[in-house]
Design a protein around this ligand. Sequence first.
Ligand code: UDP
Ligand code: UDP
Length: 441
Amino acid sequence: MSQTRAQKSTVHVALFPSSGMGHLTPFLRLAASLAAEEDVRVTFIAAHPTVSLAESHALSSFFTSFPQVIPKQLCLLPLNESSSDTDDPFYRHYEAIFLPISRAINLPNYVFFTSSARMLTLFMSFHRIFVAKAMPGSQDNEDVIEIPYQEPIPVSWFPPPLLEEEDNFLKNSLTQNGKSMIDADGILINTFHEFEQDTLTELNSTKMPRGLPPAIAIGLLPPANFGESHSHPSAWLGDQPVGSVIYVSFGSRTAMSREQIRELGVGLVRSGVRFVWMVKSKKVDQEDTEDLEDVIGQNLAMATSGGAANGIAVKRWLNQSEILGHPAIGGFLSHCGWNSVTEAVWHGVPMLAWPQHGDQKINASLVRRAGIGIWEESWGWGERDAVKGVEIAERLAEMMRDEWLKARAATMKEAARAALGLGGLKALLAEMRPSGARLDG
Ligand code: UDP
Ligand code: UDP
């Protein structure tokens, strides 16, 4: 008599991501990797409704492709906007679903941290830095912040809300969550040793205070291909020479100022570099209803849709990982959300880093350190004074002709793929069998 998969399972993992594609995407990739294991049963819990359409689409195509994964919905009550300390819809959602990690259920409990190991060092220690200094960076002439047991981090790389005097969502959540992560059995990170060697070594060194959970590098998680491939400009890309095109995108939730979008358009055309540009003018996709020509201007919209310019612009969701894997792509202008960084590394694509929010400068510093991209720090966080098109054009062209970056990116791609076989995740599963486990995000 044949056994069903459920009967054979020795490990049952439940995953529960926070809001936004930046969290959902790596959780789905993790779920896909776990579901590929013969004896692992996966339950995927998703908060409902989602903030963006991208999230609900991703969930439904995932469940169609992985019928063996058990879907669960956590239905949210309507959110009370007035009692929230943020106006960011993703953060508000996150506030509503936040479940303190509980030891009471008596099961192994892991946190999947969806940024870099380096960002984790700040996340884990912020409550201590914060208590010690009232506000990091408040001391005059201090340009780096000491991170206990770790390399210091320049003040200018800190997510800006952490430097504010007033209370805000990011400060509160880092203070609370940083403390409670200590209760986890382990912290999974979508990174690998060659990319963040020093930080991972330090995080797991015996010099660290006892009782801290191990930091487990499980990456890079391969971009899972499920559901329909979102239509992408493959026809146009297919006509371009190998490695000649730069892909331009600032992720799923960054809306640049109108002025900056226009300067970026000027820069792209002026650079002469072939490009595919994913234009986004609102943080949440449902609200992003303006026509492309209203956002980038009629002339540019015409030139970039009919092939008259050196590239194309689109204003809709594109399958980024698929595009980065296209042979015509030779560079990536990115905000350095951690998933974007991992996808660029996975496909061996050099980057021009232009961080916009949160952890992105810390991530950009890792791109620069690994030698796989350039970061023009003087461009700051975006938003303030718009960076001029002329300057953008120069950096773009510089990045695209840099042979050293290409070679480094190719080496790092090989290392990422080799790291898969070594499997932080496989080792973790081996440790879990035969007891149950739960993952929190
Ligand atoms: N993404 C995509 N198409 C888009 C925009 C984003 O596939 O048009 C994906 C991207 O590949 C990545 C995720 O959405 O996997 C965004 O996560 P990231 O950490 O890079 O940035 P965030 O959106 O959280 O700022
Ligand atoms: N934000 C975002 N994507 C992120 C991180 C933050 O859209 O990955 C939002 C954030 O919630 C806030 C705004 O962007 O509403 C500005 O964030 P930033 O960290 O730049 O802080 P600020 O510039 O306001 O000091």
